[in-house]
Design a protein around this ligand. Structure first.
Ligand code: MG
Length: 301
Protein backbone atom coordinates (compact mmCIF):
# COMPACT_ATOMS: atom_id res chain seq x y z
CA UNK A 1 0.00 0.00 0.00
CA UNK A 2 1.58 3.26 -1.10
CA UNK A 3 1.01 5.89 1.52
CA UNK A 4 0.03 9.41 0.66
CA UNK A 5 1.97 12.13 2.42
CA UNK A 6 1.18 15.82 2.51
CA UNK A 7 4.23 17.92 3.36
CA UNK A 8 3.67 21.49 4.61
CA UNK A 9 7.14 22.05 6.11
CA UNK A 10 10.51 20.63 5.02
CA UNK A 11 11.21 19.42 8.55
CA UNK A 12 8.86 16.52 7.81
CA UNK A 13 11.26 15.19 5.14
CA UNK A 14 13.82 14.42 7.88
CA UNK A 15 11.20 12.47 9.81
CA UNK A 16 10.00 10.27 6.94
CA UNK A 17 11.89 7.40 5.37
CA UNK A 18 12.76 8.12 1.70
CA UNK A 19 10.83 5.02 0.74
CA UNK A 20 8.38 4.27 3.49
CA UNK A 21 5.16 2.46 3.06
CA UNK A 22 2.00 2.21 5.06
CA UNK A 23 1.08 -1.41 5.73
CA UNK A 24 -2.19 -2.84 7.00
CA UNK A 25 -1.36 -5.49 9.61
CA UNK A 26 -4.85 -6.42 10.75
CA UNK A 27 -8.50 -5.62 10.20
CA UNK A 28 -11.87 -6.86 11.40
CA UNK A 29 -12.17 -4.88 14.63
CA UNK A 30 -15.33 -2.87 15.29
CA UNK A 31 -13.28 0.11 16.48
CA UNK A 32 -9.52 -0.11 16.95
CA UNK A 33 -7.98 1.94 19.79
CA UNK A 34 -5.12 2.11 22.24
CA UNK A 35 -2.10 0.29 20.71
CA UNK A 36 0.84 -0.64 22.94
CA UNK A 37 4.06 -2.31 21.82
CA UNK A 38 5.88 -5.32 23.34
CA UNK A 39 9.54 -5.39 22.33
CA UNK A 40 9.95 -8.88 23.82
CA UNK A 41 8.23 -10.50 20.82
CA UNK A 42 7.74 -7.53 18.49
CA UNK A 43 4.00 -7.65 19.10
CA UNK A 44 1.21 -5.10 19.51
CA UNK A 45 -1.76 -5.26 21.86
CA UNK A 46 -4.71 -3.02 21.11
CA UNK A 47 -8.34 -2.57 22.02
CA UNK A 48 -11.34 -3.34 19.86
CA UNK A 49 -12.97 -0.71 22.03
CA UNK A 50 -16.52 -0.96 20.66
CA UNK A 51 -16.22 -4.69 20.06
CA UNK A 52 -15.40 -5.20 23.77
CA UNK A 53 -12.26 -7.23 23.01
CA UNK A 54 -8.53 -6.94 23.48
CA UNK A 55 -6.52 -7.97 20.41
CA UNK A 56 -2.93 -9.07 19.80
CA UNK A 57 -0.82 -9.01 16.65
CA UNK A 58 2.62 -10.50 16.14
CA UNK A 59 4.64 -10.99 12.96
CA UNK A 60 4.77 -14.74 13.55
CA UNK A 61 1.22 -15.49 14.76
CA UNK A 62 -0.87 -12.74 13.16
CA UNK A 63 -4.02 -11.64 14.99
CA UNK A 64 -5.54 -13.28 18.03
CA UNK A 65 -8.07 -12.33 20.71
CA UNK A 66 -6.35 -11.74 24.04
CA UNK A 67 -9.40 -10.94 26.14
CA UNK A 68 -13.14 -11.05 25.50
CA UNK A 69 -15.08 -9.41 26.93
CA UNK A 70 -12.55 -6.77 27.85
CA UNK A 71 -14.97 -4.53 29.79
CA UNK A 72 -14.59 -1.93 27.06
CA UNK A 73 -10.87 -1.48 27.57
CA UNK A 74 -9.65 1.64 25.75
CA UNK A 75 -6.14 3.13 26.13
CA UNK A 76 -3.23 0.81 26.92
CA UNK A 77 0.32 1.47 28.15
CA UNK A 78 3.10 -0.32 30.08
CA UNK A 79 4.47 0.49 33.49
CA UNK A 80 8.15 0.48 34.46
CA UNK A 81 7.99 -3.26 35.19
CA UNK A 82 6.57 -3.87 31.71
CA UNK A 83 3.09 -4.72 32.97
CA UNK A 84 0.16 -3.75 30.78
CA UNK A 85 -1.85 -0.96 32.38
CA UNK A 86 -5.09 0.13 30.80
CA UNK A 87 -8.19 2.27 30.96
CA UNK A 88 -11.35 0.25 31.48
CA UNK A 89 -14.22 2.30 30.17
CA UNK A 90 -16.68 -0.37 31.32
CA UNK A 91 -15.33 -0.89 34.85
CA UNK A 92 -14.71 2.86 35.08
CA UNK A 93 -11.23 2.06 36.40
CA UNK A 94 -7.52 1.87 35.76
CA UNK A 95 -6.55 -1.80 35.55
CA UNK A 96 -3.26 -3.70 35.38
CA UNK A 97 -2.29 -7.15 34.14
CA UNK A 98 -0.15 -8.69 36.85
CA UNK A 99 2.90 -10.84 36.13
CA UNK A 100 0.74 -13.96 36.70
CA UNK A 101 -1.74 -12.79 34.04
CA UNK A 102 -4.51 -11.73 36.44
CA UNK A 103 -6.15 -8.35 35.88
CA UNK A 104 -6.40 -6.08 38.90
CA UNK A 105 -8.32 -2.84 39.46
CA UNK A 106 -5.83 -0.20 40.63
CA UNK A 107 -8.24 2.68 41.14
CA UNK A 108 -11.89 3.35 40.31
CA UNK A 109 -12.80 6.26 42.62
CA UNK A 110 -11.83 9.77 43.51
CA UNK A 111 -13.05 11.20 46.83
CA UNK A 112 -15.35 8.20 47.27
CA UNK A 113 -17.17 8.73 43.98
CA UNK A 114 -16.82 6.55 40.89
CA UNK A 115 -14.68 7.80 38.04
CA UNK A 116 -16.49 8.60 34.77
CA UNK A 117 -14.79 6.19 32.37
CA UNK A 118 -11.00 6.43 31.99
CA UNK A 119 -10.11 6.66 28.30
CA UNK A 120 -6.36 7.00 27.82
CA UNK A 121 -3.26 6.95 30.00
CA UNK A 122 0.47 7.48 30.11
CA UNK A 123 3.05 6.23 32.63
CA UNK A 124 5.55 8.85 33.73
CA UNK A 125 9.20 7.96 34.44
CA UNK A 126 8.38 7.96 38.19
CA UNK A 127 5.79 5.18 37.49
CA UNK A 128 2.82 7.44 38.24
CA UNK A 129 -0.16 6.98 35.91
CA UNK A 130 -1.72 10.09 34.34
CA UNK A 131 -5.09 9.43 32.73
CA UNK A 132 -8.08 11.19 31.19
CA UNK A 133 -11.63 10.62 32.41
CA UNK A 134 -14.29 11.71 29.90
CA UNK A 135 -17.81 10.19 30.31
CA UNK A 136 -17.95 8.23 27.04
CA UNK A 137 -18.36 4.86 28.83
CA UNK A 138 -21.47 6.28 30.48
CA UNK A 139 -22.97 8.24 27.59
CA UNK A 140 -22.09 6.02 24.61
CA UNK A 141 -23.81 2.57 24.62
CA UNK A 142 -20.97 0.97 22.61
CA UNK A 143 -18.22 2.19 24.95
CA UNK A 144 -19.34 0.94 28.37
CA UNK A 145 -22.12 -0.23 30.63
CA UNK A 146 -23.82 3.13 31.23
CA UNK A 147 -24.65 4.35 34.75
CA UNK A 148 -24.67 7.68 36.49
CA UNK A 149 -21.90 10.25 36.29
CA UNK A 150 -20.67 10.91 39.83
CA UNK A 151 -17.75 13.26 39.17
CA UNK A 152 -18.62 16.94 38.58
CA UNK A 153 -16.44 17.17 35.47
CA UNK A 154 -14.10 15.42 33.03
CA UNK A 155 -10.61 15.70 34.47
CA UNK A 156 -7.07 14.48 33.95
CA UNK A 157 -5.84 12.63 37.05
CA UNK A 158 -2.45 11.72 38.46
CA UNK A 159 -2.50 8.34 40.21
CA UNK A 160 0.42 6.86 42.13
CA UNK A 161 0.10 3.06 42.29
CA UNK A 162 2.72 2.95 45.05
CA UNK A 163 0.61 4.99 47.48
CA UNK A 164 -2.87 4.96 45.81
CA UNK A 165 -2.84 8.75 45.94
CA UNK A 166 -5.11 10.23 43.27
CA UNK A 167 -5.98 13.82 42.45
CA UNK A 168 -6.99 15.85 39.38
CA UNK A 169 -4.26 17.80 37.60
CA UNK A 170 -6.36 19.27 34.75
CA UNK A 171 -9.91 20.49 35.40
CA UNK A 172 -10.37 23.08 32.64
CA UNK A 173 -11.05 20.85 29.64
CA UNK A 174 -14.40 19.69 28.22
CA UNK A 175 -13.63 16.10 27.09
CA UNK A 176 -9.94 15.29 27.72
CA UNK A 177 -8.99 12.18 25.76
CA UNK A 178 -5.40 11.45 24.64
CA UNK A 179 -2.29 12.60 26.52
CA UNK A 180 1.51 12.49 26.33
CA UNK A 181 4.55 14.11 27.94
CA UNK A 182 7.30 15.94 26.10
CA UNK A 183 10.62 13.99 26.01
CA UNK A 184 11.93 15.69 29.18
CA UNK A 185 8.47 15.49 30.83
CA UNK A 186 8.42 19.26 31.36
CA UNK A 187 5.25 19.56 29.28
CA UNK A 188 1.99 17.63 29.30
CA UNK A 189 -0.12 17.56 26.12
CA UNK A 190 -3.81 16.64 26.38
CA UNK A 191 -6.33 16.39 23.54
CA UNK A 192 -9.95 17.52 23.82
CA UNK A 193 -12.46 15.65 21.64
CA UNK A 194 -15.61 17.44 22.78
CA UNK A 195 -16.56 18.21 19.16
CA UNK A 196 -17.30 14.48 18.78
CA UNK A 197 -20.79 14.98 20.22
CA UNK A 198 -20.97 18.58 21.47
CA UNK A 199 -21.65 21.00 18.58
CA UNK A 200 -19.06 23.77 18.65
CA UNK A 201 -16.95 21.89 21.19
CA UNK A 202 -13.14 21.86 21.15
CA UNK A 203 -11.16 19.60 18.79
CA UNK A 204 -7.68 20.59 19.82
CA UNK A 205 -4.56 19.63 21.81
CA UNK A 206 -3.66 21.74 24.83
CA UNK A 207 -0.20 21.95 26.41
CA UNK A 208 0.56 22.52 30.11
CA UNK A 209 3.79 23.14 32.02
CA UNK A 210 4.54 20.38 34.54
CA UNK A 211 5.34 21.73 38.03
CA UNK A 212 7.26 19.71 40.65
CA UNK A 213 6.43 16.55 38.66
CA UNK A 214 3.04 16.60 40.38
CA UNK A 215 0.94 19.42 38.95
CA UNK A 216 0.47 21.41 35.75
CA UNK A 217 -0.08 25.08 35.03
CA UNK A 218 -0.48 27.67 32.26
CA UNK A 219 -2.51 25.53 29.87
CA UNK A 220 -2.98 26.85 26.35
CA UNK A 221 -4.15 25.58 22.99
CA UNK A 222 -1.21 23.97 21.17
CA UNK A 223 -2.94 23.06 17.89
CA UNK A 224 -6.45 22.77 16.48
CA UNK A 225 -7.13 19.52 14.60
CA UNK A 226 -9.18 19.40 11.41
CA UNK A 227 -10.83 17.37 10.08
CA UNK A 228 -12.18 15.38 13.01
CA UNK A 229 -10.73 15.27 16.51
CA UNK A 230 -7.35 14.46 18.01
CA UNK A 231 -8.09 11.23 19.92
CA UNK A 232 -4.78 9.61 20.91
CA UNK A 233 -1.30 10.86 20.02
CA UNK A 234 2.40 10.31 20.76
CA UNK A 235 5.62 12.32 20.91
CA UNK A 236 8.95 11.44 19.26
CA UNK A 237 12.46 11.96 20.69
CA UNK A 238 12.61 15.48 19.19
CA UNK A 239 9.29 16.53 20.71
CA UNK A 240 7.29 16.28 17.49
CA UNK A 241 3.63 15.38 18.00
CA UNK A 242 2.02 12.60 15.93
CA UNK A 243 -1.74 12.83 16.36
CA UNK A 244 -4.76 10.95 15.12
CA UNK A 245 -7.40 12.83 13.13
CA UNK A 246 -10.21 12.00 10.74
CA UNK A 247 -8.13 11.69 7.58
CA UNK A 248 -4.55 11.15 8.71
CA UNK A 249 -1.82 11.08 11.30
CA UNK A 250 -0.96 14.77 11.55
CA UNK A 251 2.56 15.81 12.54
CA UNK A 252 3.34 18.97 14.54
CA UNK A 253 6.71 20.44 15.53
CA UNK A 254 7.24 21.38 19.21
CA UNK A 255 6.64 25.02 18.20
CA UNK A 256 3.12 24.11 17.03
CA UNK A 257 3.81 24.28 13.29
CA UNK A 258 1.94 21.65 11.33
CA UNK A 259 4.62 19.77 9.35
CA UNK A 260 2.28 17.58 7.33
CA UNK A 261 0.07 14.54 7.23
CA UNK A 262 0.41 10.80 6.72
CA UNK A 263 -2.93 9.96 5.10
CA UNK A 264 -4.65 6.84 6.47
CA UNK A 265 -7.48 5.03 4.64
CA UNK A 266 -9.64 4.96 7.81
CA UNK A 267 -10.15 7.43 10.67
CA UNK A 268 -7.20 7.04 13.03
CA UNK A 269 -7.84 6.85 16.77
CA UNK A 270 -4.46 6.34 18.38
CA UNK A 271 -0.86 5.29 17.76
CA UNK A 272 2.32 4.12 19.40
CA UNK A 273 5.98 3.79 18.57
CA UNK A 274 7.51 0.32 18.41
CA UNK A 275 9.95 -1.84 16.53
CA UNK A 276 13.41 -2.79 17.76
CA UNK A 277 14.65 0.78 17.18
CA UNK A 278 11.38 2.40 18.33
CA UNK A 279 11.16 3.95 14.83
CA UNK A 280 8.04 2.17 13.67
CA UNK A 281 4.64 3.77 14.13
CA UNK A 282 1.68 1.47 14.87
CA UNK A 283 -1.63 3.17 14.14
CA UNK A 284 -5.11 2.07 15.14
CA UNK A 285 -7.71 3.32 12.66
CA UNK A 286 -11.29 2.28 12.04
CA UNK A 287 -11.40 -1.53 11.86
CA UNK A 288 -7.65 -1.90 11.39
CA UNK A 289 -4.07 -1.75 12.62
CA UNK A 290 -1.51 -0.07 10.34
CA UNK A 291 2.24 0.47 10.53
CA UNK A 292 4.79 2.73 8.87
CA UNK A 293 8.56 3.01 9.39
CA UNK A 294 9.90 6.47 10.21
CA UNK A 295 13.26 8.18 10.48
CA UNK A 296 12.62 9.17 14.10
CA UNK A 297 12.09 7.33 17.38
CA UNK A 298 9.40 7.44 20.01
CA UNK A 299 10.13 8.45 23.58
CA UNK A 300 7.99 5.90 25.36
CA UNK A 301 9.11 2.38 26.30
MG1 MG B 1 -9.13 7.87 23.26
Amino acid sequence: MAEAIEIYDDRLRGILRPVGSLQELANGAVHSEGPVYFHEDDSVVWSDAHGNRLLHWSPTDGVSVLRSPSDYQSGNYRDLEGRLVACSSGLRAIIRREHDGEWKILVDRYQGKRLNSPNDLVVKSDNTIWFTDPPYGITEPNQGYGGEQEQPGSYVYRFDPATSEIYPVVTDMVRPNGLAFSPDESLLYVSDTAAFNIPGGPHHIRVYEVVDERHVQNGRVFCVIDPGQPDGFRVDEHGNIFTSSEDSVQVYAPDGTQLGKILIPETSTNLTFGGKERDRLFITAGHSLYTIDLNTRGVQL
